[in-house]
Ligand binder design. Sequence first.
Ligand SMILES: NC(=O)c1ccc[n+]([C@@H]2O[C@H](COP(=O)([O-])OP(=O)(O)OC[C@H]3O[C@@H](n4cnc5c(N)ncnc54)[C@H](O)[C@@H]3O)[C@@H](O)[C@H]2O)c1
Length: 310
Amino acid sequence: MSCHKQFNPITIIGAGVIGTSWAALFLANGYEVRINDISKTLEDDVINGIKNIEPTLKTLGYDTKDLGKKLIIEKNQSEAVKGAKIIQENGPENIEFKQNLYQNLEKYADEDAIFLTSSSSIPASIISEKMNNPERMCVGHPFNPPHLIPLVEIVPGKATSEITLNKSKEFYESLGKSPIILKKEINGFVANRLQAAIFQECINLVLEGVVNPKDLDTVVDSSLGLRWAADGPFLSFHLGGGNGGFEDFMNHLGKNMPDLWKQLGHPELNEDNIEKLITMVNKAYKGLSISELSSQRDKKQINIINALNN
Ligand SMILES: NC(=O)c1ccc[n+]([C@@H]2O[C@H](COP(=O)([O-])OP(=O)(O)OC[C@H]3O[C@@H](n4cnc5c(N)ncnc54)[C@H](O)[C@@H]3O)[C@@H](O)[C@H]2O)c1
């Protein structure tokens, strides 16, 4: 548990999938968390959501005995942000909604509050367009679920100050996360662009009949996934070059990659192909419910995270 006074209390705006997960993690770290959402069933949803996340937090080593003690459900948005040091927003992924929301939140927030959006695609420069002080706003994009996956991409807008970036990094580090500050704005940030590039070829290989979805998943989790959980692509290829490192790798194998790049597929996602993919994936994983598969995934990911931390 590592609650830092300078980041306490925290306000969560939008308590859906991402907001609830952030709330559970912030609470587990000892922060006071005010949570705001327009949902009529807010209180029940948040309490049940946090209850479902609790076992995972416990396995990660958090003491979850008094998890809900510092949780405040605040339906009034202006009250929710007053006095908050960090505002983590997780509302709908819609430009107009987010622009108006930030314009409004800024009126009630303290001068030193930092605004972080979980947005997975909208740049901070666009979200903060109607703010008077956009220097205190940036993207803090988690990978789902935020209470479990270490990465947070911090992405500055054109006006974001260095102070905001550094404080945001310090804040996420206080939660045991692995925040990375991107040097400039780009659609999809880094992790989702990588995911999109790889998934494009996954779909291509399946639609071309080279491999079925289940075998493709096995190819990834028993090779690239395992390798990349330990070391990212650059370090992996630095090691792939033997004693000569990355230079030898590039001269030997790397320089042939462009030939393969030219052959990568650009599958068409029309209705027929989408239908085909859905049928194949459902067939591959029939017999196990989504909640059974999710809990298996969580267990495996926790084991990997704990192993890497040891
Ligand atoms: N789901 C993911 O995998 C994922 C991953 C990373 C980032 N994100 C980003 O996180 C954000 C939230 O995504 P989500 O998947 O949690 O969506 P969600 O639909 O589960 O949650 C959105 C919540 O916002 C609430 N809301 C709507 N209007 C509001 C208002 N005026 N004030 C307060 N709350 C309001 C809704 O009631 C809902 O509970 C999005 O920006 C998304 O891009 C999502």
